[in-house]
Design a binder for this molecule. Structure first.
Ligand code: S6P
Ligand code: ZN
Length: 194
């Protein structure tokens, strides 16, 4: 039997979302995901500026089993009418759910089942979003300040990005005159399993 892990303590700055101590910080810029946005001329035009779209701060792990804890900080901005967003993924383990607790800002969580059912939930400070196993998820910052949320998921969930890079999500969140709108993705390719 491996030795039991020791208790650990970290701190989240509720405004910046920075976790201290963080084991890992992942930064995603536009150049990491230019093809993810619908408005390709707008994406190409912004590439020279190459803005940071989001960062993920993972808490130093106390253990090799159990839960992964991290904050995500999505910057405020748009590529054409599409808000800055995460790449989006599904967990490889279909029985691995995830919980998001929003700390700052305003956003939308797009969830999509393996059979292309879509649920979009609002994220605002205090929102607890439960993502069941088997549902792909992407977060979108629809506000004018950073969207900061805390996430908890199983350490061995695994992440499938490829399926969603290829076919994207069935719904897009676009800026409209009266705020964010959920619209059908015109380039969406249906799930092979559907
Ligand atoms: C991990 C969890 C989040 C995301 C983060 C970035 O299961 O859902 O920590 O990793 O919000 O999104 P993505 O799609 O680039 O991993
Ligand atoms: Zn996840």
């Amino acid at each position: 039997m491996p030795a039991p892990a020791l208790p650990s303590l970290a701190h989240i700055d509720l405004s910046s979302g920075i976790i201290d101590p963080a084991a890992e910080v992942v930064e995603r810029r536009l150049s990491d995901m230019p093809a993810w946005f619908q408005d390709q001329p707008a994406a190409q035009a912004l590439l020279s500026e190459n803005p940071v779209l989001y960062r993920v701060y993972a808490m130093a792990q106390p253990d090799t089993a159990g839960w992964r804890l991290a904050t995500s900080v999505i910057e405020s901005g748009r590529i054409g009418a599409e808000y800055y967003m995460t790449r989006g993924h599904a967990h490889v383990r279909e029985d691995a759910p995830e919980v998001y607790l929003t700390l700052r800002g305003r956003g939308m969580l797009v969830m999509q089942s393996r059979t292309d059912e879509t649920v979009v939930q609002v994220m605002q400070p205090g929102s607890i979003n439960y993502i069941p196993g088997g549902w792909a998820h992407r977060t979108v910052n629809t506000g004018d300040e950073p969207l900061v949320f805390f996430a908890v998921w199983s350490i061995d969930a695994g992440h499938d990005y490829e399926a969603y890079a290829e076919r994207g999500f069935a719904k897009l969140i676009l800026a409209g005159e009266d705020g964010p709108r959920v619209v059908d993705n015109p380039s969406y390719v249906k799930a092979k399993r559907a």
